[in-house]
Design a protein around this ligand. Sequence first.
Ligand code: ARG
Length: 460
Amino acid sequence: MWKGRFSKATADLVQQYGESISYDWRLYKHDIAGSIAHARAQVSAKLLSSDEFAAIEKGLREIEKEIEAGEFNFSIELEDIHMNIESALTERIGAPGAKLHTARSRNDQVATDVRLWIKDQCDAADAALVSLLKTLVKLAAANADVILPGYTHLQRAQPVSAAHHLLAYAEMFGRDRTRLAAAKASANWCPLGSGAIAGTTLPIRREVTAKLLGFVDAKGRPQVTRNSMDAVADRDPTTEFCFAAALCGVHLSRLAEDMVLWSSAEFGFARMPDEFSTGSSLMPQKRNPDSMELLRGKAARFQASLTHLLTLTKGLPLTYNRDLQDDKPPLFDAADQLILSVAVADATLAGTKFHKARCLAAASDPALLATDLADWLVRKGMPFRHAHHAVGRLVALAEKSGVPLDKVSDEAALTADKAFTKGWREVFSLKRGFAARENTGMPGPKAVAREIARWKQSLR
Ligand code: ARG
């Protein structure tokens, strides 16, 4: 491509070291779409005749089919997907092929391809998340009457419903969708026309290309990048995508950990579907939650991709530097693993069954309603801090005499605090506890039903 300038060919080692075709071949569809749009814009700038355009488009479509069929011969000497395609085109159609790269550099070309690719991946990941959300909401609705302990510090804290617990994850994945949409919006600006760094002297119309490639706002108006130097140096969309993936990976890992705990004999709250559990080659009785452990582990990989990109771009001088070629493996990996991981979580949850009786038994320790008792004292006019101490004394009494909190005698209760007058035991009803928590965001059955309805509505 640059042999005019040099007297010696590039060393084999440099070719081997510098090639990106082994991974960036995956951009072929977007590279071809970008080239066709660029060629079309060249026609309207009178840089190409319509015959030349027709030859280019036909040639590129043929190449696309060949790649799809696995019949295309990728060559490391041609370094990357851009040069592989362009050189195959020129071989095929001659001179018009050599005109394609007019008013373009691989710097704005690769930035365009990757942005198009990211936009597609955001859509694919979003669709996977919508499906996962629907599954979560369905599972929540089916288990609205399953009561289990909520935990803080992995110690039983207060009773909640399985639905409320599951919908906590729906909130996280809902926010992940917002972050993916933001990454997509930041990818939605067309860099073509930025050239290598300083644009081009040739009369191209950037808005035409942008529009053809779908770099448009909600009203269909073309969006072109506003600074050629930024456009070829910028890897924000890539980094933002990987951030969205990393945070979604964190959410998935927390869900996975809950599933690992819930499916253990110690908890026994839930049973994962057979197809998503694995046995042991040695211990015949084992039923391992491997897919959830893998999901928990993938978070490390997503974070590695994000760290890779942040570190790759930190301190790079403007504008394009070859370092940037290495932005693709972490991006591709993050997208692949994200879409797979969300699908695994989705399918696992779809077949998960709750063990209602075991959940209820775990949530039935009256001590989990100690806070409700403190609130009862507050309603009688006691400052909360004092109420907390009074109930604390009652809990200590119960522990000392080896009885559940609600079985402390009235006399003994009065020694803990004289405010424990008749009726203090009324708080020890799960039904009462839930019914008192119907405010927005709380685990009361009506509040949860409202959230389920809201989710169903928004996911239609
Ligand atoms: N393979 C290169 C990359 O992905 C394409 C851009 C190369 N530009 C350059 N000036 N060498 O970054």
